[in-house]
Design a protein around this ligand. Structure first.
Ligand code: HEM
Length: 226
């Protein structure tokens, strides 16, 4: 375990994760440029970026349970980057839809969001993700204060449920639920773990403070539990 913690603390660990997280995007870009995305490249791009949004959301939510179960607190340093990549992929997903399906016509996009419930649900998840991405920096944590920051970031559970509902609704027309069931099961385990932890903490006499004030009395972003 000590060697795992040492590897995670290696100065190259974060740059490596950054490059790895960009690989799906680079692969899609390469496929688009070389015309290797199949008969319907626009549909392929929209669907693939939707899949990667959901995968990064699952990875982001998996950090805390893994950190606690594997007793590897250093894992926490990767959570912000994974969360920001979730946002990156949803932005690319939204831009692909806006460009290839809607020709960047704002009036058409607005009408489509209002008309198709699965688009409305996806769009709501996107809107809710925006303040989380915008407040993922240390200065925002200090500005909001740890308590308010943690309350705001609980929205990620609502976003996960909306993401699954969006996927389910999209696949409902095709009666193809196998992949939806896999993602729903992963998210149910990750969210269920949090509920279970919360219940344990409550039973053992209340939730202990999860932040440690600095000597100046201000929130230290490094110690805020994410
Ligand atoms: C957190 C937010 C979102 C997540 C997690 C998400 C996830 C997904 C997933 C997993 C798919 C299916 C991919 C597949 O079939 O393999 C998908 C498809 C799609 N999403 Fe999203 N999405 C999100 C937000 C949005 C937004 C904001 C829009 C547009 C306003 C959007 C529009 C679409 C469209 C048009 C499709 C393809 C439908 C089709 O091909 O019939 N999504 N999304």
């Amino acid at each position: 375990m000590a060697s795992a913690a040492k590897t995670l603390l290696h100065p190259a660990a974060k740059p490596l994760l950054f490059v790895a997280a960009l690989l799906p995007f680079a692969w899609l870009l390469y496929g688009a440029i070389t015309n290797h995305l199949g008969a319907n490249p626009a549909e392929y791009l929209i669907r693939a970026t939707g899949d990667w949004t959901l995968r990064f959301l699952c990875l982001t939510l998996a950090v805390t349970p893994l950190r606690v179960i594997a007793k590897l607190p250093t894992l926490g340093r990767f959570r912000r980057m994974l969360g920001l990549f979730t946002y990156f992929y949803v932005v690319v997903h939204f831009l692909s839809y806006s460009w290839f399906d809607m020709g960047f016509d704002v009036a058409d996009i607005t009408k489509d969001i209002a008309k198709r419930p699965f688009i409305l649900v996806g769009f709501s998840a996107f809107v809710l993700l925006t303040p989380l991405a915008a407040t993922s920096f240390n200065r925002a944590i200090r500005w909001l204060g740890a308590k308010r920051w943690q309350t705001l970031h609980k929205l990620v559970y609502v976003i996960a449920c909306l993401g699954i509902l969006h996927f389910f609704w999209m696949r409902a027309g095709k009666h193809n639920f196998a992949e939806v069931a896999v993602y729903a099961a992963i998210l149910a385990v990750l969210l269920g773990w949090r509920v279970w932890q919360f219940a344990i903490k409550r039973r053992s006499g209340g939730v202990a403070s999860r932040t440690h004030p600095t000597t100046t009395g201000r929130t230290n972003p490094r110690t805020v539990s994410r």
